[in-house]
Design a protein around this ligand. Structure first.
Ligand SMILES: *[C@@H]1O[C@H](CO)[C@@H](O)[C@H](O)[C@H]1NC(C)=O
Ligand SMILES: *[C@@H]1O[C@H](CO)[C@@H](O)[C@H](O)[C@H]1NC(C)=O
Ligand SMILES: *[C@@H]1O[C@H](CO)[C@@H](O)[C@H](O)[C@H]1NC(C)=O
Ligand SMILES: *[C@@H]1O[C@H](CO)[C@@H](O)[C@H](O)[C@H]1NC(C)=O
Ligand SMILES: *[C@@H]1O[C@H](CO)[C@@H](O)[C@H](O)[C@H]1NC(C)=O
Ligand SMILES: *[C@@H]1O[C@H](CO)[C@@H](O)[C@H](O)[C@H]1NC(C)=O
Ligand SMILES: *[C@@H]1O[C@H](CO)[C@@H](O)[C@H](O)[C@H]1NC(C)=O
Ligand SMILES: *[C@@H]1O[C@H](CO)[C@@H](O)[C@H](O)[C@H]1NC(C)=O
Ligand SMILES: *[C@@H]1O[C@H](CO)[C@@H](O)[C@H](O)[C@H]1NC(C)=O
Length: 620
């Protein structure tokens, strides 16, 4: 037996037990306040691998990931009972000391992230330079995942088929990456999914039919991919869907009739695809009662705008432009009392504008250009007192003159009446209007007479298009007044760095019979981006001051009678992208250097005596 001096084994057992109990208590204690404790070895390994994959982190958050207490690390959240990591929350865009801060991480997404098997939330969005794939093991290892947010990175490869096993997933944000391949049909298994955003990737193939099983889906955004085939026939099953964006793909076939069953839909964007057939909705009142934003433009849709269109009484913005729609504009449109923007341009619509249009009292923008609409314009339009933009260009209106009521619309600032059959002089009554005109396009009409001096009094005007008429005068010096008051003002502001743009930016007086010289003051048009005076009879030397119009990107002076040399100062026009001086009477050496020497020969040909790059060298 044991000597009495020896330690009583029972007693020792007892002591050991105590040590054990104390240790256990400490461990449990640590578990409880797990945010302080050493974390689960798998979690630690996974996080360290993630950190090892990142070469640089401009936010400095990962640099503070030291030691074994990962639950204390920035962006990491643990379950306070199990001690397991439940969230990785490291978005590139976050608030730092109350101010928004955009950071980035360079490196790749380590697949070891799936070692963190208790993860519920992964937010590694907006890190900009994060590369790598979505690890296929995600489906086996992260059964608790509720939110997967990896948007605005540089991830590539497919969305793994295993994603369909993550039955708790509620939100998937993978947009703005470089992901490719076809969409896994297993997506249809994610019955708890509320938001799926895959826009701006390179996904191809069909939208899986199984997507219509996602009956809890509130928003679905697949825009700007390369998806083909038809829209799933049963899309109408998505009863709680509020936003559907399938725009800018290569979808074809008809818009499914079931779409009328999307009772919760508020934004429907199917534009910029190859959809054909008729617009299948609405067929009766009460359908799609919340639809506020509808974009069907840039497709191949045919037939008429449904007569029942007026039942979509929540509509605020509608774009049906650039399709092959025909027939009249339905008068039921007048029931859309919330409508603020209506784009019907680029179709084959005919008939007159319905008088009911005056009921659209909230309308701000009306674009009907490039159709076959006939005149006269209904006088009822004069009650559209909030209208800011009207574009009626290129129809069969033949309205002869700008209606007086039109320029009485107090909110109007952008008027497009190109190709509307306007004739006679630019009417004097335009001078007395109260509206502050910003854009005026009266091109491709039959206007005669001169460009009136008083046009210069529209100091807000930044775009004027009078090209393709029969105007004959000299250029009024007042054209350099456009935005003049603003100009002197804004120059002061620009110096303090606000960069306010004002003054005329686009001036197109081409294809007229304008005579005389360019006023020297033209160099004051420092905001001018595009000046087209081509196809006129303008003469004189090119003013040296034009070199001061430093915003010029487009300068078209071809087919005139300009004389003398090209001023050396033109080399200062550093923003110039388009230049045409051909078919004039210019002489001498083309000033050598960028940007002038970079233009093709055809920018300078047909002059009396120009030489030097890009034309042939000058004789000594
Ligand atoms: C654990 O966290 C939950 C919420 O996340 C909190 O309500 C609870 O009080 C915490 N328990 C302990 C012991 O800290
Ligand atoms: C996208 O991935 C392809 C290969 O799949 C690659 O060629 C391309 O450079 C990537 N684009 C970007 C912007 O990373
Ligand atoms: C469509 O998406 C492509 C990228 O896929 C983008 O470059 C393009 O600007 C988009 N077009 C429109 C009309 O949104
Ligand atoms: C719309 O839904 C109703 C009932 O939910 C159903 O009977 C009908 O077939 C659906 N219509 C279409 C075109 O899917
Ligand atoms: C346009 O109207 C004018 C009269 O205002 C008329 O002389 C001309 O024939 C009409 N043109 C067309 C194509 O209807
Ligand atoms: C001016 O009108 C012509 C003819 O209508 C058009 O081609 C051009 O794009 C218009 N806009 C500008 C800024 O010149
Ligand atoms: C100016 O209008 C003409 C049509 O008259 C058009 O061909 C030209 O492209 C327009 N210029 C610019 C710079 O848009
Ligand atoms: C160009 O602008 C500068 C500074 O505004 C002015 O001093 C100069 O006289 C102008 N040049 C011409 C030729 O108008
Ligand atoms: C410049 O205008 C002429 C017509 O005078 C045309 O033949 C030529 O292609 C144009 N060049 C460029 C670069 O636009």
């Amino acid at each position: 037996m044991r000597s009495p001096t020896s330690i009583n084994p029972d007693k020792m057992g007892c002591q050991l037990l105590w040590v054990f109990v104390i240790l256990t208590l400490i461990t449990i204690g640590e578990g409880r306040r797990s945010i302080g404790g050493a974390c689960n070895p798998n979690d630690l390994k996974g996080l360290r691998s993630f950190k090892a994959g990142i070469r640089s982190d401009s936010s400095g958050r990962l640099a503070k990931w030291v030691g074994p207490s990962c639950c204390k690390w920035e962006g990491i959240y643990c379950d306070n009972t199990t001690g397991r990591v439940t969230e990785i929350n490291l978005p590139g865009f976050f608030t730092l000391d109350g101010a928004p801060f955009q950071s980035s991480m360079e490196g790749w997404l380590s697949p070891s992230i799936t070692l963190l098997t208790s993860l519920e939330v992964i937010d590694l969005s907006g890190l900009i330079y994060l590369t790598g794939n979505i690890p296929p093991s995600i489906g086996f290892r992260l059964p608790k995942l509720r939110k997967l947010s990896l948007f605005s990175n540089r991830l590539s490869g497919p969305v793994p088929e295993t994603i369909g096993k993550l039955s708790k997933l509620e939100e998937i944000y993978l947009h703005e990456n470089n992901l490719s391949g076809s969409l896994p049909s297993s997506l249809g298994n994610l019955r708890n999914l509320k938001r799926l955003d895959l826009h701006s990737n390179r996904f191809s193939g069909a939208i899986p039919d199984s997507i219509t099983d996602l009956t809890n889906l509130v928003s679905l955004d697949l825009h700007a991919n390369s998806l083909t085939h038809r829209i799933p026939e049963k899309i109408g099953n998505l009863q709680v869907l509020e936003e559907l964006d399938l725009s800018n793909n290569s979808l074809c076939g008809r818009i499914p009739v079931s779409i009328t069953n999307l009772t919760a839909i508020s934004a429907l964007y199917l534009d910029t695809n190859h959809l054909e057939g008729e617009i299948p909705f609405p067929s009766s009142s009460g359908q799609m009662p919340s639809l506020g934003f509808l974009r069907l433009h840039a497709n191949l849709l045919t037939g008429r705008i449904p007569a029942a269109f007026g039942y979509l009484t929540s509509l605020q913005r509608v774009s049906l432009s650039n399709n092959k729609l025909e027939g009249p504009i339905p008068s039921s449109l007048g029931k859309l009392s919330s409508l603020t923007e209506l784009y019907l341009n680029g179709n084959q619509l005919s008939g007159q504008i319905p008088g009911s249009i005056h009921q659209l009292s909230a309308l701000l923008i009306l674009s009907i250009s490039h159709n076959m609409i006939q005149g006269p314009l209904p006088y009822e339009m004069s009650s559209l007192q909030d209208l800011q933009t009207i574009d009626l260009s290129f129809n069969r209106l033949n309205i002869s003159s700008i209606p007086k009521w039109l320029i009485g619309l107090r909110s109007l600032s952008r008027i497009y009446l190109a190709g509307c059959g306007l004739r006679g002089e630019i009417p004097e009554y335009l001078q007395s209007t109260q509206i502050s005109l910003q854009e005026l396009d009266l091109s491709a009409n039959h206007l005669t007479g001169s460009i009136p001096e008083w046009l210069g009094s529209f100091t807000q005007l930044y775009s004027l298009n009078l090209s393709g008429n029969s105007l004959v005068s000299e250029l009024p010096t007042s054209i350099t007044n456009f935005g003049y008051l603003d100009n002197t003002f804004s120059r002061g502001i620009q110096q303090i760095g606000k960069g306010v743009q004002s003054g005329i930016q686009y001036l197109n007086l081409s294809h007229n019979s304008l005579k005389g010289r360019l006023p020297t003051s033209i160099g004051q048009l420092v905001s001018m981006q595009s000046l087209d005076l081509s196809y006129n009879e303008l003469g004189s030397d090119l003013p040296v001051s034009l070199a001061n119009a430093s915003s010029l990107e487009t300068l078209k002076l071809q087919k005139n009678r300009f004389t003398g040399r090209i001023p050396d100062g033109f080399l200062k026009l550093g923003k110039l992208q388009e230049l045409n001086l051909s078919d004039n009477l210019l002489v001498g050496k083309i000033p050598f250097g960028s940007p002038l020497s970079d233009f093709p020969k055809s920018s300078f040909i047909g002059n009396r005596g120009l030489c030097g790059k890009p034309l042939g060298s000058c004789k000594a």
